[in-house]
Design a protein around this ligand. Structure first.
Ligand SMILES: *Cc1c(COP(=O)(O)O)cnc(C)c1O
Length: 387
């Protein structure tokens, strides 16, 4: 039998990290002491009290059955409590909160609810690859909004051609931003709301990094007047509580938009394991001092890497949020070649910007997901290179 993949699989963009993975395997096979700063996955374990809550919940046979599609009401109430406490945003837990199997799941599925073949989705570049891929799986066409340093890595909505605006049904934005680590302002969010109203575009804001911040607390899109009329916000416990492996998140905001996503989901999945939801209620009610410890750990690492790269002549802004540094590659090279050079000559691995889209070229991304001793060592090794 001849196995033939569907068009949507065959036309996925080439896996840009394949060459890097190959180099990484070769380096490791040769016994290299590799410092891997390419991974967007915290190395810090989930706080103990959350793990304990999970242990208890898993023993309860009530949780061994199918969960409800939209999430336990107690979980959705915990999300609403958290939004009230953190952002002073009121949410109706019954209609304005939807549980997700990680926010990636919701982001990947939402185009299926609103995009017909040929519809346009506005997508940031560089950006999280799930936005364009989810769009294409639904038959939609991504229109890439460049995030440029001179615009503080915010998309320039005025530069999007009118005919594209008219055909667009949905847009993804993401602040604090992966990979650029940029923040958004309330002025920007207001501009997004006006734009969405003018062209009837659903706004999907990805706020996965709202709690990984250092100096200023990032805003929620939902704090801005009118946001709930035009959009939803995706959120995740993954980065906030170091729970990437647990697979739980949620979307909040406009009830009709959430109902559309919910309709897709009831036909594809059967909700989140209730024991995980129980542990997540405990997580959402976590005392802020625990989050502060996590932030302080990343902040130390940020300062070491930022100061180290700056003193060695690299162009990089100090991020207020996310655990990433978005660094310009030296003149005369490109992101893939430069990542290769760092890997071969310094045994330090980071991610080429072009892996996040065409407009990520010229940059590399470092993730602060190793101990500060290892990050110090990485800086020293990079310092010894001739660039
Ligand atoms: C990590 C990440 C997510 C989501 O993660 P989940 O674990 O699926 O909740 C979403 N968006 C961005 C930009 C991320 O970096």
């Amino acid at each position: 039998m001849q196995i033939q993949y569907a068009e949507r699989i065959r036309t996925l963009p080439p896996y840009l990290f394949a060459a890097i993975d190959q180099m990484k395997r070769e380096a490791l096979a040769k016994g290299a002491d590799l410092i891997d700063l390419s991974i967007g996955d915290p190395d810090i374990p989930t706080p103990k009290h959350i793990v304990e809550a999970m242990k208890k919940a898993v023993e309860n046979p009530e949780h061994h059955r199918y969960p409800s599609y939209e999430g336990m009401l107690s979980y959705r109430q915990a999300v609403a409590r958290w939004y009230k406490r953190r952002f002073n945003v009121e949410l109706d837990p019954e209609k304005e909160v939807l549980s997700l199997i990680g926010s990636k799941e919701g982001i990947g599925h939402i185009p299926l609810a609103f995009i017909d073949p040929g519809d346009i989705v506005l997508v940031p570049s560089p950006g999280y690859p799930v936005y364009p891929v989810g769009t294409k799986f639904a038959g939609g066409i991504p229109y890439f909004m460049p995030l440029k340093e001179e615009n503080y890595f915010l998309p320039d909505l005025k530069s999007i051609p009118k005919d594209i605006c008219k055909k667009a049904k949905l847009m993804f934005i993401n602040y604090p931003n992966n990979p650029t680590s940029a923040d958004a302002t309330s002025d920007f969010y207001r501009e997004v709301i006006d734009f969405a109203n003018k062209y009837n575009i659903i706004v999907c804001h990805d706020a996965a990094y709202s709690e990984v911040y250092y100096e200023e607390r990032p805003l929620s899109f939902m704090e801005i007047e009118g946001a709930k009329d035009v959009g939803i916000e995706f959120h995740s416990l993954s980065k906030t509580y170091n729970m990437t492996g647990w697979r739980i998140g949620y979307a909040v905001g406009n009830r009709e938009i959430l109902a559309g996503l919910g309709k897709v989901k009831t036909n594809l999945d059967s909700g989140v394991f209730q024991a995980i939801q129980e542990a997540s209620i405990v997580a959402l009610d976590t005392d802020d001092s625990i989050l502060k410890d996590i932030r302080d750990t990343f902040k130390d690492r940020r300062d070491i890497l930022y100061d180290g790269l700056r003193s060695r002549g690299f162009e990089v802004r100090k991020p207020n949020a996310t655990f990433y540094l978005w660094v310009k590659v030296p003149r005369g090279t490109n992101s893939i070649d430069f990542v290769g050079k760092l890997l071969k000559e310094a045994e330090v691995l980071c991610t080429p910007g072009v892996g996040f889209g065409e407009h990520g070229e010229g940059y590399i991304r470092f993730a602060l997901t190793q101990s500060k001793e290892r990050i110090k060592e990485a800086v020293e090794r990079i310092g010894r290179l001739s660039l």
